[in-house]
Design a protein around this ligand. Structure first.
Ligand code: TYM
Length: 336
């Protein structure tokens, strides 16, 4: 990706819901790529706390998770001096643009969203309007910053696509207002599966013991989860997600943390059993996450420093977001 100092740099926006602890999936599918891309873009990374309340959250836990998430973003390698790291609810333009965009978002397209269908099946007692209009808020998150690129895992692709549709619809009515963003989905690691049920996505809300591993898990917890990971009844280490979902998932994880290709991994483990394979993958994950865990613990202890970061982040984000919001308000005819 080129950097050209004479032209405005391209922009990245992404975020994660602080609805639970960050998982290995959120790291490999999203944050790892944010870090990789961050040198060459102007970056905005947020804690999507407004999205998190579409499912009931315990207030004290939400507060703690948001702070922990900022520490984790920095510990993963994002530089708070060059990236705006901010809390979504501290930039009111998100809620404001979201309302406008929800008036340009169709009931039919929202009804087709996989995440809405999944969550409304899981939380039948709380199918609230926010859960349904969630994609309009996510579109606001992205379009406020005129983002060129949105690095996400595979499961968020549909939300970036609806964001593009909403932006195109708005631009079609009022003239060029929003940049049309592209999703950035990694070739390896875009869909990390549960270690216990490898046909299901690894998710923050997974309650199956050992199915989900977290960024802050201890080396012992990680090794236990990898040693118990579900594989299959033969012994061959081969990439074949349809026939061998467990082994293929472990290969994805190993490839993502070591940068080895699938043929290299197959050659490395030819003739070796699943036991050795699972331990090696576990050890590679432990070594990747060890510095992240240690640095997060150190940063999390310094709440004043974290507050400085998110306040500065909200100021920088708010400045960019309000520019777009003012333009939108003018375009739709709100009195200035
Ligand atoms: P969320 O919080 O569910 O997930 C955060 C990011 O991690 C990726 N991810 C995964 N990638 C690979 N394998 C997995 N098992 C896995 N689990 C999660 C997700 O794809 C995502 O990139 N709606 C978003 C948050 C959001 C957002 C935004 C993202 C709010 N506004 C604007 C981008 C731009 C969400 O629920 O992600």
């Amino acid at each position: 990706m080129e950097t050209n100092n004479t032209e405005a740099r391209k922009i990245i926006l992404s975020g994660i819901q602080p609805s639970g602890k960050l998982t290995l999936g959120s790291y490999l599918g999203a944050i790892k790529n944010w870090v990789r891309l961050s040198d060459n873009y102007d970056c905005y990374f947020m804690m999507a706390d407004m999205h998190a309340i579409t499912v009931r959250q315990e207030p004290a836990t939400l507060r703690k998770t948001v702070l922990e998430q900022i520490a984790e973003y920095i510990a993963c390698g994002l530089d708070p001096d060059s990236c705006a790291l901010f809390i979504q609810s501290q930039v009111p333009a998100h809620a404001e643009l979201s309302w406008v965009l929800s008036c340009y978002t169709m009931f039919g397209e929202l009804s087709r969203m996989t995440q809405f269908k999944d969550k409304s099946t899981k939380h039948t007692e709380n199918i609230n309007a926010g859960l349904f209009t969630y994609p309009a808020l996510m579109a606001a998150d992205i379009l406020l910053y005129q983002a060129d690129l949105v690095p996400v895992g595979d499961d968020q692709k549909q939300h970036v696509e609806i964001c593009r549709d909403i932006a195109q619809r708005f631009n079609g009515v009022y003239g060029d207002t929003f940049k049309i963003p592209e999703p950035f989905i990694p070739k390896v690691g875009a869909r990390i599966m549960s270690l216990q049920e490898p046909t299901m996505k690894m998710s923050k809300s997974d309650t199956t013991a050992g199915g989900c591993v977290y960024l802050l898990d201890s080396p012992d917890e990680l090794m236990r989860a990898f040693k118990r990971a579900v594989t299959d009844s033969d012994t061959e280490i081969r990439y074949d997600p349809a026939e061998k979902p467990g082994v293929s998932n472990l290969m994805q994880i190993y490839s993502s943390v070591t940068d080895k290709s699938f043929p290299e991994i197959e050659a490395e483990f030819a003739g070796k059993g699943y036991g050795a394979f699972k331990s090696t993958v576990g050890e590679a994950v432990v070594e990747t996450l060890r510095p992240i865990r240690e640095k997060t613990e150190e940063l999390f202890a310094n709440k004043d420093y974290l507050a400085e970061i998110y306040r500065a982040g909200a100021q920088k984000a708010g400045y960019a977001a309000n520019k777009t919001l003012r333009k939108v308000y003018k375009r739709v005819g709100f009195v200035q």
